[in-house]
Write a protein that binds this ligand. Structure first.
Ligand SMILES: N[C@@H](CCC(=O)N[C@@H](CS)C(=O)NCC(=O)O)C(=O)O
Length: 229
């Protein structure tokens, strides 16, 4: 099978895809797009990711077409790769939609809210208590939704799926989000279970070889938070 091309940076939405690729054992080339240096704004990258965000994936040989396929949005990429491999997403019926509803919960809820939490708690030039509280509280509410869902299950919908793969990288930054996993015991044991998976360990080891620093420089902040139309 020809290698897939993943346009990636070492952030939660990037980690989702390397985890799935490692889990599935698919061959891939990693193309680092350093978002702190503005590489997401180049015309070459915009031609595959019109929203100027990582991740993006190019499959040179999609299953059902002979020309190459280019995708952006991490949820769409996870869904595509799951369908391509037949892994981590049931092929039809209620079980499929159960996984998809939790995938979209992550894409529309946990990811964006935790992202705003990171922004107002750590990167905003001024501390705005209302904004910090709003996003820390909303993150906490989402963690309790997940905790309840996991109360009788090892993984979000029972079996390990793209819903877990999408959520895990965001929960991994729980401290940065002002959360204590001891308050969410089911999330805590789920988190430990996924952290121990060889593919997950490998995905984060690869990330370390590309960028070992989680900090954002002042120049990086100007690029990331200075974008307008
Ligand atoms: N909904 C998108 C969000 C992607 C996203 O926000 N990516 C961030 C990194 S996690 C990014 O590329 N940021 C670059 C920027 O803000 O300029 C997805 O899930 O793919």
């Amino acid at each position: 099978m020809p290698s897939l091309d993943l346009y990636y940076w070492t952030t939660p939405n990037g980690h989702k895809i390397t985890i799935l690729l490692e889990e599935a054992g698919l061959p891939y080339n990693l193309h680092p797009i350093n978002i702190n240096k503005g590489e997401q704004l180049t015309p070459e990258f915009l031609s595959i990711s019109p929203n100027n965000r990582i991740p993006a994936l190019v499959d040179p040989s999609p299953n059902d077409e002979d020309k190459s396929l280019s995708l952006f949005e991490s949820g769409a990429i996870l869904e595509y790769l799951a369908d391509k491999t037949g892994l981590f997403l049931p092929t039809s019926g209620a079980k499929r939609y159960n996984v998809l509803q939790w995938l979209y919960w992550q894409m529309g809820g946990l990811g964006p809210m935790a992202g705003q939490n990171h922004h107002f708690s750590h990167y905003a030039p001024e501390k705005i208590p209302y904004a910090v509280n709003r996003y820390v509280n909303e993150t906490s509410r989402l963690y309790s939704v997940l905790d309840k869902q996991l109360s009788e299950k090892l993984f979000i919908t029972g079996e390990y799926s793209i819903a877990d793969i999408a959520s895990y990288p965001w929960i991994r930054s729980y401290e940065k989000q002002g959360q204590n996993l001891d308050n969410f015991p089911n999330v805590k044991s789920w988190f430990e279970r996924i952290s121990a998976r060889p593919a997950v360990i490998k995905a984060y080891e690869k990330a370390e070889t590309i960028n070992s620093s989680a900090s954002v420089t002042e120049a990086g902040k100007a690029i990331l938070f200075g974008q307008k139309s």
